[in-house]
Ligand binder design. Structure first.
Ligand code: ADP
Ligand code: MG
Length: 574
C-alpha cells in the first residue's frame, strides 16, 4: 500500500471545523452573524461554563423550514450566495455555508426553528455532525441554536481553552463588537443565567457606542467622517490622552463586519502620529463602508480578514478623517445632536484637571489663533487677557486669566512648535539653514561616510550642507537654523545612526518624521532654563497657532488647565 490515503469524512470535518471554531467566542460570532443575516431584531445569547458546556443563541429572525434546517447542517450549503460573482455583491455576513456544519462537527447541537408561515416548527438534535433525532416542535418564530459540550470529540482542542472567565471575556468582546455595528438589533448576554450585558435597540451608532465602550471612554471620543467617491469612512476616536498599552481599543469594521486588519490599524495609528507616546495605542471605532465589489471578504474561513482593491485610498481616507477631527478637538463644542447620546458635554483636552468643566468660549478664543466659524463674532480682543505669572523650577510656565490657570511645559510646548515649523519648512522644500563662517571638517567612520554619500541631498534638505573632501572627510558648510551652534555635529552623528538603521537605499522621504522629531527635541528650549515674560508669552502664542497644540511629539501634554470650577472643587466650595 502507498503512503497516501484519503481522510475519512469525519476527520475532514474536524479539520475544517478547526479553521472556523477556535474557541467559544468563535461559536458566538458565527451564530450572531447568522441571526443578523436572518433579519433578527432581538438576539439572546446564553452561556454556561464559559461556553464549554453550553452556548445558546436565540433569535426572532426569519427561521428555517424542517428541510432547510437539515440542509443548513451540511457543509457548503448556504442561502446567501450562488456564484463566485455574488461574493463581490455581498450584503450578508455569511457566505461560506460552513459555520453550522463546523459547529455541528465538534459539539452536541440542537436546532429549534420555525418560519412565520409554518404552523409547527422543527427540532433537530445533532451529535458530532450526525442527526440523531428530529421532531416537530411548538416553537416561536425564529431560530434557537444550542451548542453543548464544545470539542467533546476533539480533546486536543479542549486543552487550549482558557478559564471560563477568560472565555467569557472573549465572548463579551465579540458581543460588544457585533452590537456596536448593529444598533438596529437588541442583544442580551447571560452567563449561568445571570444577565451580563444588554444592548437595546438604538437609533444610531453613536448611541450604541456609549454602552459598548462605557460612559467614561465614550465621553472622551469624537466623531469623524470622510468620503471619497463611494468609500465612506466614519467613526469615533478618543482624545490623545485616552491611550492604551495595546491595540484592543481599536475597533475596525468593514461594511459592518468586524475585522482585524493591519492596514486599517496602521491608518488609525498614523492619524495619531506624534500625538500619543511611542508603544501606546489610541482608542477608536472605525467603520469603513465600501461597495462590496471593492473588497474581498473571502480571505480566511473565520472571515476576520479582508483585502481592499484600492488599499491606498482607504488608508489615506482614514488618516485624513481622523487627523481632521483631532485638529478640532480642543475647541470642539459638539451640538447635542452630534454628541453621542448619554455623553456629557465635552470637557476639554487639557489634562485631568480640566476634565470637569466645558471649555468656555473665552478660552476658545485665547487658545486658538484661528477662530472657529461659530465664534467668529468673538474678536480675539474680546477674550480676557492671559498673563504670564512666572516659572516653576525653570521648567513650567504659569499663566492666569479670569478663566483659570494655564500651565505649560516649556520644553514640550516648544517641541510641538518646532516640529510643526520644521514639517512646514520641509514640505516647502528645505529647512532653513545657517551657513558656517568657516566650514568645519568632519571626519567619519567609513560606514558613516557611506551613508552620507548616499544621502547628501536629503541631509542638505534637513539643513546639513556637506561637501566631500576626499575619503571619509567632508566639509560641513551649514547647519539647520533651529539648532544651537554647539551641538550640530552631535546631531549629525545621531541622524546618521538613525539613517543607518534603515534598509539600504531606503527613501528618506518616508523617514523624515523621526529626524524632524529628533531635531525638534534638540532645538527646543530645555527644561531648567529661565525664561522671561516676553519669551513666555511668545511661546504661548506660537503654541496657539499649532495644528495640534495639545501634545508634544512624544505624546506628552504640552499644557494643563485649572478652571475656576476645578478650584471650587479643590477648595470644597462645591
Ligand atoms: P452561511 O451563513 O455562510 O450561509 P452557515 O453554515 O452559517 O452558512 O448557515 C447555513 C444556512 O443556514 C444559512 O445560509 C441560512 O440560510 C441558514 N441559517 C443559519 N442560521 C440561521 C438563523 N439563525 N436563522 C435563519 N436561518 C439560518
Ligand atoms: Mg453563517
Amino acid at each position: 500500500m502507498g503512503k497516501i490515503r484519503s481522510l475519512s469524512p469525519e476527520v475532514v470535518g474536524k479539520i475544517a471545523a478547526g479553521e472556523v471554531v477556535e474557541r467559544p467566542a468563535s461559536v458566538v460570532k458565527e451564530l450572531l452573524e447568522n441571526s443578523l443575516d436572518a433579519g433578527s431584531r432581538s438576539i439572546k445569547v446564553e452561556v454556561q461554563g464559559g461556553g464549554r458546556k453550553l452556548i445558546r443563541v436565540t433569535d426572532d429572525g426569519e427561521g428555517m423550514t424542517a428541510e432547510e434546517a437539515r440542509l443548513a447542517l451540511q457543509r457548503h450549503t448556504t442561502s446567501k450566495i450562488e456564484s463566485v460573482e455574488d461574493l463581490f455583491a455581498l450584503h450578508t455576513f455569511g457566505f461560506r455555508g460552513e459555520a453550522l456544519a463546523s459547529l455541528a462537527a465538534v459539539s452536541r447541537m440542537k436546532i429549534s426553528t420555525r418560519r412565520e408561515e409554518e404552523l409547527a416548527g422543527v427540532e433537530l438534535q445533532v451529535e458530532g455532525g450526525v442527526v440523531r433525532h428530529s421532531s416537530e416542535a411548538g416553537v416561536p418564530r425564529g431560530t434557537s441554536i444550542e451548542v453543548r459540550d464544545l470539542f467533546f470529540n476533539v480533546p486536543a482542542r479542549l486543552k487550549f481553552l482558557k478559564s471560563p472567565g477568560t472565555e467569557m471575556a472573549h465572548i463579551g468582546e465579540i458581543l460588544a463588537k457585533t452590537a456596536l455595528a448593529n444598533p438596529q438589533a437588541r442583544f442580551q448576554l447571560f452567563h449561568e443565567e445571570k444577565l451580563l450585558s444588554t444592548y437595546p435597540v438604538r437609533p444610531d451608532l453613536s448611541a450604541r457606542m456609549v454602552e459598548a465602550l462605557g460612559d467614561d471612554t465614550a465621553g472622551k471620543m469624537f466623531p469623524f467622517h470622510g468620503r471619497q467617491g463611494e468609500l465612506h469612512v466614519e467613526g469615533f476616536a478618543g482624545e490623545p490622552d485616552l491611550n492604551r498599552s495595546n491595540s484592543r481599543g481599536i475597533y475596525l469594521f468593514v461594511n459592518r463586519r468586524p475585522v482585524r486588519d493591519r492596514l486599517l490599524t496602521h491608518a488609525v495609528m498614523e492619524g495619531f502620529r506624534n500625538l500619543i507616546p511611542a508603544n501606546r495605542y489610541p482608542v477608536a471605532v472605525l467603520f469603513v463602508d465600501i461597495p462590496p465589489s471593492e473588497v474581498d471578504v473571502n480571505v480566511h474561513p473565520s472571515k476576520w480578514e479582508v483585502k481592499f482593491s484600492d488599499s491606498e485610498t482607504v488608508h489615506r481616507s482614514v488618516i485624513r478623517a481622523i487627523r481632521a477631527m483631532l485638529e478640532e478637538i480642543p475647541w470642539l463644542k459638539t451640538s447635542p445632536r452630534e454628541r453621542p447620546e448619554g455623553v456629557k458635554e465635552h470637557q476639554g483636552l487639557y489634562g485631568a484637571l480640566g476634565r470637569e468643566a466645558s471649555l468656555p468660549v473665552s478660552w476658545t478664543g485665547s487658545l486658538r489663533a484661528r477662530p472657529r466659524p461659530e465664534s467668529e463674532d468673538e474678536s480675539p480682543e474680546g477674550s480676557p487677557p492671559v498673563s504670564f505669572l512666572g516659572q516653576i523650577q525653570d521648567t513650567y510656565l504659569i499663566f492666569v486669566s479670569p478663566d483659570g490657570i494655564l500651565l505649560l511645559d516649556q520644553h514640550a510646548a516648544h517641541e510641538r512648535i518646532l516640529l510643526e515649523k520644521l514639517g512646514k519648512d520641509l514640505s516647502g522644500g528645505n529647512l532653513s539653514r545657517q551657513g558656517l563662517l568657516l566650514p568645519e571638517v568632519v571626519e567619519l567612520a567609513s560606514a558613516e561616510a557611506e551613508i552620507i554619500q548616499e544621502h547628501l541631498g536629503d541631509l542638505g534638505r534637513m539643513g546639513f550642507e556637506l561637501e566631500p573632501a576626499g575619503g571619509r572627510t567632508f566639509w560641513l558648510k551649514s547647519t539647520p537654523q533651529i539648532l544651537s551652534p554647539e551641538d550640530p555635529l552631535q546631531l549629525l552623528r545621531e541622524m546618521i545612526r538613525e539613517i543607518s538603521s534603515w534598509q539600504k537605499g531606503a527613501d528618506l522621504e518616508q523617514f523624515f518624521d523621526p529626524l524632524l522629531k529628533m531635531m525638534a527635541c534638540r532645538g527646543a528650549i530645555q527644561a531648567g532654563r529661565a525664561m522671561g515674560r516676553q519669551e513666555a508669552q511668545a511661546l504661548l502664542s506660537d503654541l496657539q497657532k499649532c495644528r495640534f497644540p495639545s501634545h508634544c511629539p512624544h505624546g506628552r501634554p504640552t499644557l494643563l488647565r485649572i478652571t475656576p470650577s476645578d478650584l471650587e472643587k479643590m477648595f470644597g466650595r462645591k
